[in-house]
Design a protein around this ligand. Structure first.
Ligand code: NI
Length: 185
């Protein structure tokens, strides 16, 4: 018999990449029943492993073939990214965000699902976001710059959107080995 826990145990973790149609689907909310479960904990541990192994600063569950609204992210220092952002290591579940103001800014993005490539993507400069942690406690904040970009990029994954779909000028899309700045979100 299938129950929610059994379904979680059957997750088939693998990194999905651009071109995989599964990345284009909307992921579903984590239920109260799933919160605090060992299965959710296992998912989070697996996500942290992938994120660190691949050298990213964020990962969304659908990128490893789990279509739940779960993110992990964080970066300890800003050397690679050319910003003054320090982003706390966070597991964020069922996240939502909205812009503060209308100002947009462009910056380079990469993605573990789009290995080796970078693109210049417009995002809202400042946003507020909220969600819950794995224990069900509310997390919220107002952030800007790289942190705001990260949240927008990762929540896009939960809605089946990849950063390449947001590039306005495809001249600014290319391999990281070329003359591009890069961040791996
Ligand atoms: Ni990504």
């Amino acid at each position: 018999m299938l129950n929610a826990n059994k379904q979680l145990m059957e997750f088939d973790y693998k990194l999905l990449k651009l071109g995989n149609p599964a990345l284009l689907q909307r992921s579903t909310e984590v239920t109260e029943q799933e919160l605090g479960s060992s299965q959710l904990q296992q998912l989070l541990e697996t996500m942290w492993q992938y994120m660190h192994k691949e050298g990213g600063i964020g990962l969304a569950a659908p990128q490893i073939n789990v279509f739940k609204r779960v993110l992990v992210y964080g970066v300890e220092h800003d050397e690679c990214y050319g910003t003054d952002a320090t982003i706390p290591f966070t597991a964020l579940i069922n996240p939502t965000w909205r812009p503060i103001g209308e100002e947009m800014e462009e910056n380079w993005e990469g993605c573990l699902s789009v290995p080796g490539l970078r693109g210049l993507v417009p995002r809202y400069k400042q946003i507020s976001f909220s969600g819950i942690d794995p224990a069900g406690n509310e997390i919220s904040g107002e952030v800007d710059g790289l942190y705001a970009r990260l949240i927008q990029h990762e929540v896009d994954h939960l809605d089946g959107v990849l950063f390449v779909q947001r590039i306005k000028d495809m001249r600014y899309f290319g391999f990281e080995t070329e003359d591009l700045k890069f961040i791996k979100i």
